[in-house]
Design a protein around this ligand. Sequence first.
Ligand SMILES: [Fe+2]
Length: 245
Amino acid sequence: MQFLLNKKVPFKEIIPEDYIDIHSHLIPGIDDGVKTIYQSAYILEQFEKFGIKKVITTPHIMQDVWPNSSHTITNGLKELKEVLPPLGITKIELQASAEYMMDDLFYKRIKNNDILPLHKDFILVEMSTFSPPMNLSEILFEIKLAGYIPILAHPERYSFYQNDLKKYDKLKESGFLFQLNLLSLSGYYGEQIKSFGKKLIDLGYIDFTGSDIHNYHQLETLEKGFDSKMAKKITSLMKNNAIFS
Ligand SMILES: [Fe+2]
């Protein structure tokens, strides 16, 4: 009986029709994501087989580690798109944006309006998993001034907020939307993050989902799927991503 309760539902069975993935690292060589264009193509081929309609890939832009620009990202996207049709990957739509670390570089970029939005006015932002930025309210002010709506990537991974959900209430009140990583619910980052992710879903904090896929290993983990108890909830959340079409 316990075995049945713990049964996993494969990823491909929980994906709603026309799902749009809004978080991944599939432009090769410009961040900690895929290393080659063929690794990227393989992941996109699998996503296409799962029935995913569109991928908006989001390389990191992080001042001290991957100081990418709109130029490096759009160039990488162009090269990747060129190899897909010859490999028979023709159905999945591919676009690129970025996952912006809310650091000094981001602050400059937002002030200069040098931003690649995710879709319309939405932008995907993250913070360090060790601590929030000191000037978070200043950054949010600039985001709003520039007319963007921030989506906070993987709120379930910021352990410093786990016992202080009021901080998340404040972020929501101030205009952040929340994107949960599907990999968190697969247990990829450990049990603690998985259960915090479930809690955030149950308490209604999560707006959108994303794979945040970087490599084959994560693809394998994702493919194995999710606890059957969670499957329906995940599918219903994934449907919210339809607004990015
Ligand atoms: Fe990411």
